[in-house]
Ligand binder design. Structure first.
Ligand SMILES: Cc1cc2nc3c(=O)[nH]c(=O)nc-3n(C[C@H](O)[C@H](O)[C@H](O)COP(=O)(O)OP(=O)(O)OC[C@H]3O[C@@H](n4cnc5c(N)ncnc54)[C@H](O)[C@@H]3O)c2cc1C
Length: 296
């Protein structure tokens, strides 16, 4: 029996583990992939108070080592469901009982739903220009999206790629300032009122088929396709009994208390305004403190 099971070893989960271990609690971290969460994808963090510059991997490793050295146990195993009455967590391999659960599963990339999407991940298809843009230096790429993050991705890629196409289903971009900045760039080309019909290639992307509002199809030769539709909370099975908002984020106030006793939420998966490291770590601290205070 654990005192606290934390699902997700990103900044929120690791911060929660540090606070729980320092209170002498028996902590299990469950991590589906690798420790550190989304931040391992960034080269440079310059906005974490007290650290003027650090790489994402170093930041995550420091947090991880701090939690493990304090006594947290980690299992690299995906949590697939929780029993909110019994307070147990089932993973791909086992079921673990606990006195409190902290949900810190973060967010995942929103997908297009195109048939071949998963097949091309890492073979021309990416969700992160900062992480993968450099692979496409001097090449032609395409950004699919219309929110601010799509325009930011395009701007970033325009500094290293030959041509950057931006596909938008409508003719509107919400962020007019960013749109203007992009229009000033010679190598950015907008493809408006259009959608991707299919991604074509064998072992890598050869081209994408683009369909316009009238049904005309054109082939766009690109080496890289960057999907920039934003992020979504996942883990539908785990969140079954937990109250979420219309977008799937777990509803909780600053004390990180969910609608179910002894179950708390921390980090990007919580319904909040700012999804950053500082707020993820703060949530982790709050969630662990509340879990300890209310432990049965
Ligand atoms: C490219 C990039 C650059 C960024 N740069 C900055 C920056 O410079 N400064 C800043 O403040 N913020 C930055 N952010 C945002 C920051 O990374 C996030 O706000 C932060 O990582 C959120 O932490 P989290 O622990 O809530 O979630 P995440 O980091 O998403 O971690 C969640 C973890 O849970 C795991 N998980 C999910 N489901 C399960 C499951 N069912 N079972 C077990 N484990 C599971 C995931 O594998 C993941 O490791 C950046 C984000 C990205 C993508």
């Amino acid at each position: 029996m654990y005192d606290i099971i934390i699902i997700g070893a990103g900044p929120a989960g690791l911060s929660a583990a540090i606070y729980a271990c320092r209170a002498n609690k028996k902590v299990l971290l469950l991590e589906a992939l690798t420790y550190g969460g989304q931040i391992i994808n960034t080269n440079k963090i310059v906005n974490y108070p007290g650290i003027s510059e650090i790489s994402g991997v170093d930041f995550a490793t420091n947090l991880y080592e701090q939690a493990i050295n304090l006594g947290a146990e980690i299992k690299f195993d995906r949590a697939i469901s929780i029993d909110t009455k019994e307070l147990s967590v089932t993973t791909n391999h086992d079921t673990y009982k606990t006195r409190a659960i902290i949900l810190a599963m973060g967010v995942a990339n929103k997908k297009t739903g195109l048939e071949n999407e998963d097949k091309f991940i890492g073979k021309g298809l990416s969700y992160c220009a900062t992480c993968d843009g450099n692979f496409y230096k001097g090449k032609d790429v395409c950004v699919y999206g219309w929110e601010d993050n799509a325009l930011e991705e395009a701007l970033y890629l325009s500094e290293m790629c030959h041509k950057v196409y931006v596909i938008n289903k409508t003719s509107e971009f919400k962020n007019k300032d960013l749109e203007l900045k992009l229009k000033e760039k010679d190598n950015i080309h907008f493809i408006l009122n259009s959608d991707i019909k299919s991604i074509v290639g064998e072992n890598a992307i050869d081209f994408i088929e683009v369909i316009d509002k009238s049904g005309n199809i054109t082939n766009l030769d690109i080496s890289g396709l960057f999907i920039a539709l934003g992020k979504v909370p996942e883990n539908n099975n785990i969140l079954k009994d937990i109250k979420t908002d219309d977008n799937g984020y777990v509803v909780a106030r600053e004390d990180c208390h969910t609608n179910i006793n002894h179950i708390y939420v921390a980090g990007d998966i919580r319904d909040k305004n700012l999804r950053q490291l500082t707020t993820a770590c703060a949530d982790g601290a709050n969630a662990a403190t509340m879990a300890i205070k209310e432990m049965r």
